[in-house]
Design a binder for this molecule. Structure first.
Ligand SMILES: *Cc1c(COP(=O)(O)O)cnc(C)c1O
Ligand code: SF4
Length: 385
């Protein structure tokens, strides 16, 4: 595999969070910065806001000025402080600042690549597997990821967090006894206030056939201030509760994020990470290994590496599958197996996730398998009946 290192933040040209706050929010105290409501209220949402602290490239300017962006633009001040003002190619910057590549629709791309809109028994539920459902509790996110699979809907009022929609979803779950696993998703479930989230969790816990409750969240990387002691204390009352947390790059592994993860893990909530494989962001062996090992240090288990869904306007983010397989090979055996996520393609149209890990069986003779080890050396193993 070609050695290639993605562009990380350039420490020399960057301010730390405290200096970023003093420079761009001189009125704000540390207490404001640490308040997630303040973070949401002070997001950067347009060209004018962003160019106050970023040197925007021509392409970024053009994308921000255009009317053709499906997905809104928003970046929390916290996440903004992780962006490199001078380098449009910096990994995190590419994930939140739009480029004109989003206007294109490449071959095979779809607005709704997973066919979710065809698997909505009720508005806020996506039900494609037998025993688990996605419950889209809100369409709002603190920051919008330019590669989002639900760019057709998030930030656009498609699944607003309203009681009537939630009641409809809860009745569906109540009346479908095969559902034993409910994954709260969106949008960002953690944009809901504690009491609203608790209302949902309490209602779900009252349903006898709901065994596992999960929350899918990007907030641990985009808005770690959201994980207050009060939130952790509330969530721990609804066990077994797990979280699928979204991280794409080691630059997201900050002290703030570490503290948010620790609060949740200390509350007994297992954290599993999901990472979308993104060209020029995390598609090199060193970056991916740093991310996976850093997550383990935060007590997060790397769960999935997702091949980019063929979402309209994301061709500039998608790698080949061979590249993803090479990246998994570069992890397996070279470091702890804990650090190796399962590599998945979400089958277009609603077929579910398909594991596409590289194979290590080279061939067979009768009952004898010829295996490759992680170094590519051949080994023989004889199987039973
Ligand atoms: C990914 C996904 C889930 C959760 O799948 P797990 O593999 O159990 O984490 C559930 N429903 C849908 C529609 C999904 O896309
Ligand atoms: S946080 Fe999740 S739902 Fe929101 S924009 Fe990012 S990927 Fe999409």
């Amino acid at each position: 595999m070609q050695p290639r290192m993605n562009t990380n933040r350039h420490e020399s040209s960057m301010l730390n969070a405290a200096d970023f706050r003093k420079r761009f929010f001189p009125q704000a105290a540390r207490r404001d910065w640490d308040d997630w409501h303040w973070q949401i209220q002070n997001r950067f949402c347009d060209r004018k806001g962003l160019e106050a602290f970023l040197h925007l490239s021509m392409d970024e300017q053009k994308a921000l000025d255009g009317q053709n962006l499906r997905l809104p633009v928003a970046v929390t001040p916290y996440y903004a402080s992780l962006l490199d003002p001078g380098h449009p190619q910096q990994a995190l910057r590419r994930t939140v600042i739009p480029v004109t590549g989003e206007w294109a629709k490449a071959r095979g791309e779809r607005i709704d690549p997973l066919g979710e809109d065809a698997h909505n028994p009720v508005g806020s539920i996506v039900h494609t597997y037998p025993d688990k459902v996605l419950f889209l509790v809100t369409d709002q996110c603190p920051s919008y990821c330019r590669f989002c699979t639900r760019s057709r809907a998030v930030g656009q009022g498609r699944f607003p967090p309203d009681r009537a929609r939630w009641e409809e979803a809860l009745s569906y779950i109540e009346s479908t006894p095969t559902i034993r696993d409910v994954l709260l998703s969106g949008g960002e479930p953690l944009t809901l206030e504690d009491d609203r989230l608790e209302w949902l969790l309490r209602r779900l816990r009252r349903i006898p056939h709901v065994d596992l409750i999960r929350i899918g969240t990007k907030a641990l990387s985009s808005l770690p201030q959201r994980v207050t002691p009060a939130l952790a204390k509330m969530l721990r009352r609804y066990h077994p509760l797990w979280m699928s947390v979204h991280f794409v790059h080691p630059d997201e592994l900050t002290p703030e994020s570490a503290r948010a993860c620790a609060r949740l893990v200390d509350a007994g909530i297992p954290l599993c990470s999901q990472t979308v494989l993104l060209k020029g962001v995390n598609d090199d062996a060193l970056t991916l290994k740093q991310l996976m090992l850093g997550l383990l240090r935060f007590r997060v288990k790397p769960y999935y590496l997702h091949q980019g869904d063929a979402v309209a306007g994301t061709a500039h983010f998608r790698t080949s599958v061979a590249r993803g397989q090479d990246l998994i090979r570069a992890l397996h055996g070279h470091t702890t197996g804990y650090a190796v996520p399962a590599y998945m393609i979400d089958a277009p149209g609603g077929g579910g996730k398909v594991p596409v890990a590289p194979g290590y069986i080279r061939g067979r003779k009768g009952k004898t398998l010829l295996l490759d080890n992680y170094q590519g050396k051949p080994y023989r193993y004889t199987e039973g009946d």
